[in-house]
Structures are given as C-alpha cells and as structure tokens.
Design a binder for this molecule. Structure first.
Ligand code: GCU
Length: 129
C-alpha cells in the first residue's frame, strides 16, 4: 500500500530549526536538529487500524559521524540508538526504516538525538501500514 508522508517541517520540533538550504528535500524544508542530546522531532501519525507499520525516516548527514536517535511510539521506545550514519553530503538524502506497532487513530512518533552532535537533518517520516 501507499505510504503516508509527514513532513518534518510540519511536526512538533524541540530544539531544532526548519531550514531549506540543502537541495533535494521534500516539501518546503527539513529540520536541522540542534547539536545536543535530547533535541527531537515528534510526528502525529494516524492509522486506520491497529497493527504493524513501517516507519521510514528520510534524512541527510553530511558528516562522517553517526547521529543516532531513539525512536519512540506513543512514549515507548521501539528503536534505541537507531543509526543515522553519514550520507556523504548534506544534499544526499537517504531513508532508514523501523517497524512498529501503531494504535488505531492518532499516534506519536518521536525521534530524539542521543549524542552531542544532535540528530541528522530530517526531511520526513513516511508511514506504510
Ligand atoms: C551544517 C549544515 C546543517 C547541519 C549542521 C549540523 O551547518 O549546513 O544543515 O544541520 O551542519 O552539523 O548539524
């Protein structure tokens, strides 16, 4: 089935800024996480029914250092220290996926930086039931 895309620039952002200076992003921009532990982006995603979904995060990391993040759904960790490795350039966007259980109706999906580098630049979350 077709996934539903949630742009990071429309999500709830804690300690990050919406920017658009690196080409190739979807929508009107992306989130540049502040370079610190605990910065996060939280999406509200709506599922038609309860069940397993694939959460695809599109990101860029122009450094050579991993920018790991904890992924939590409805406040519970589903992937601790998920790797967001260097993509080669800030204009090179890649997707990494996590599988998670969603409830019917609204769910929160939060991606929180766990190292001092902060998160990568985050473009969107795409959810496929
Ligand atoms: C650069 C880059 C930003 C990025 C930042 C970082 O400033 O232009 O888009 O977010 O590095 O290291 O997080």
């Amino acid at each position: 089935p077709q996934g539903t895309r949630y742009e990071a620039e429309h999500a709830t952002i804690s300690q990050g800024t919406v920017e658009s200076d690196h080409a190739g992003h979807s929508g009107t921009g992306f989130v540049n996480y502040d370079n610190l532990i605990g910065s996060y982006v939280e999406f509200t995603v709506t599922a038609a029914s309860a069940g397993t979904a694939t959460l695809a995060f599109r990101f860029a990391n122009g450094t050579t250092a991993n920018r790991p993040m904890d992924i939590a759904v409805n406040g519970s960790a589903v992937a601790a220290g998920k790797a967001f490795n260097g993509t080669g350039a800030w204009t090179t966007w890649q997707t990494t996926t996590v599988s998670a259980q969603l409830d019917a109706g609204p769910n929160t999906v939060r991606a929180t930086a766990t190292t001092a580098g902060g998160g990568p630049n985050l473009d969107y979350l795409e959810v496929t039931a």
